[in-house]
Design a protein around this ligand. Structure first.
Ligand SMILES: C[S@@+](CC[C@H](N)C(=O)[O-])C[C@H]1O[C@@H](n2cnc3c(N)ncnc32)[C@H](O)[C@@H]1O
Length: 279
């Protein structure tokens, strides 16, 4: 299965088959409070809203037809959790969910995910640490994102230890030549550069995540032939990570620039990728 779907993920997700994805990775808008240049769907908490989301709360969804918008949500938890809830039926019974956020929202999302899935289904809080951009002088520069890993079933899930890439020892002189040459397996703190500004990987799509981070997740948490679902797909990094490693993908985004970027990016790996639209 290799598909790109344009539409609001809240509408697209219920149209997808049940149990097709071994891995879901999402990197939603971070609620940065900054202006982004694009149209979007706006979800607002409303006692009389047409949709029911996490915890029985009700929402209204409307398209905001402005060329720019603030990445600021009245109810980010409602926006995110209603979509995660809609995506859960897509996972296999041994599937994993990865939710990529930053310090602004991760703590609220962790509590909400524990409530939705059960604390026993939480496996790891992965810190992706990078070092790029300005350094404020009145607080510690925030240079990491957080990726929460949950499983459907804590007794049965995919963790391919031998598929991990290896990283250099910090003090190779202390471990002997052979071990130093082999490198060590990573911990839950992943040092990885952002997508290099002039590198081959760069698509030009804002907030593109590095392929190295996504390939690590895809290789360890799925097997060849599996399908990866990303319903905030952006430039399609998770799709490229999947395609490079013989996995299928379903990539959803509501923005035409994201769809065009993904089509260009993934045609290199499979000229037959199917694109459709919902809504
Ligand atoms: C942080 S970006 C994802 C970046 C991606 N991980 C990458 O490496 O390029 C978030 C994406 O979510 C999309 N998005 C936001 N709200 C959406 C919605 N309701 N339905 C579908 N896509 C949405 C945005 O258009 C944006 O492309």
């Amino acid at each position: 299965m290799k598909r790109i779907v344009q539409g609001d993920n809240l509408k697209v997700l219920p149209t997808l088959p049940r149990g097709f994805a071994r891995l879901i990775y999402i990197d939603p808008p971070f609620n940065t409070g900054r202006e982004q240049s694009r149209d979007r769907m706006q979800v607002k908490a409303s006692a009389t809203g047409e949709r029911t989301g996490f915890g029985g709360r009700r929402y209204d969804v409307e398209r905001v037809n402005s060329p720019s918008y603030d990445d600021a949500f009245d109810d980010f938890e409602g926006f995110l959790m209603s979509r995660i809830e809609a995506a859960l039926p897509c996972l296999t019974s041994d599937g994993s969910l990865f939710v990529h956020l930053d310090y602004r929202e991760v703590h609220y999302a962790k509590v909400a995910l524990d409530r939705l899935l059960g604390r026993e289904c939480f496996r790891n809080e992965i810190i992706w640490a990078y070092d790029f951009g300005g350094r404020p002088k009145r607080r510690w520069p925030a240079k990491h994102d957080t990726i929460l890993w949950y499983v459907v079933d804590p007794k049965q899930y995919v963790f391919q230890f031998d598929e991990m890439d290896r990283i250099p020892y910090m003090a190779p002189g202390l471990v002997g030549k052979e071990k130093a040459a082999r490198g060590k397996t990573p911990t839950d703190v992943w040092w990885h550069t952002i997508v290099p500004t002039n590198g081959k990987e760069k698509t030009g799509y804002p907030t593109q995540k590095p392929l190295g981070v996504l390939e690590r997740i895809v290789k360890v948490h799925s097997e060849a032939g599996d399908v990866v679902l990303d319903f905030f797909a952006g430039s399609g990094t998770s799709g490229e990570a999947a395609a490079r490693n013989d996995r299928g993908f379903v990539l959803i985004d509501d923005h035409p620039d994201a769809i065009a970027t993904m089509q260009r990016r993934l045609a290199r790996w499979d000229p037959e990728v199917e694109t459709s639209a919902v809504g």
